[in-house]
Design a protein around this ligand. Structure first.
Ligand code: ATP
Length: 189
């Protein structure tokens, strides 16, 4: 299968993540998108970061009924920090039958050459970049980079949602219904 890895802290998952994951999972050359929840760094106290179990559970529940999008805790078991290249190599070792690529926004593509083993990621795996209107990347792009233009995006971040919840404001339309109460319980403390 052709698998696309969409990594992040998902603190918490929101409809912006879900729209892009669903859209990419429907591309003709993609079988599944795996939402890869990043682990907590035990050496760094990241204030406002919910536990990895809570973030994973919210993402799983949000995507329970979504075909073609899976949630993975694969990085929880890897040594830290979990560099993308290492994750991809481990995935390939465990699932040699699958092809893996990563999905990033154009804001991240502009920094991609600074990533550890970025050349190897391109050579051995591949990258899908979705253009963000506020920060479009211009080519030329190397082989093994697929550019997605015109995917429906909304200007929303987990930080925005966490702040609104702290202020006691409603964020009902920014988070799927099935995880709304759980999200308020976790981030409203
Ligand atoms: P935070 O505000 O905590 O930094 P975030 O909303 O940016 O969180 P991440 O968990 O960092 O979410 O994101 C995971 C991935 O989703 C990243 O590749 C990020 O660029 C992408 N992403 C985040 N928000 C959106 C959005 N509204 N539309 C499309 N992609 C998004």
């Amino acid at each position: 299968m052709n698998i696309v890895i969409f990594g992040g802290s998902f603190n918490p998952i929101h409809i912006g993540h879900m729209i892009i994951a669903e859209t990419v999972s429907q591309l003709p050359d993609v079988d599944e998108v795996w939402i890869m929840v990043s682990p907590q760094n035990p050496l760094k106290s990241q204030s406002g970061l919910a536990s990895e179990e809570d973030r994973l559970r919210l993402a799983e529940k949000a995507l329970e009924r979504v075909n073609g999008v899976k949630v993975s805790d694969f990085e929880f078991t890897l040594s830290r920090p979990s560099y993308t290249y290492k994750t991809l190599c481990e995935l390939k070792r465990l699932y040699p039958q699958h092809e893996f690529r990563i999905l990033i926004g154009s804001d991240n593509w502009d920094l991609f050459s600074k990533w550890r083993n970025s050349e190897e990621i391109l050579r051995q795996f591949g990258v899908i970049v979705y253009q963000r209107p506020d920060c479009r990347s211009s080519g030329p792009f190397p082989d093994n980079v697929k550019i997605l233009d015109g995917v429906p995006l909304i200007l929303l971040s987990s930080t925005y949602i966490r702040n609104k919840i702290k202020e006691g404001k409603d964020v009902r339309f920014m988070i799927p219904d099935v995880i709304y109460e759980d999200t308020l319980r976790i981030y409203g403390k």
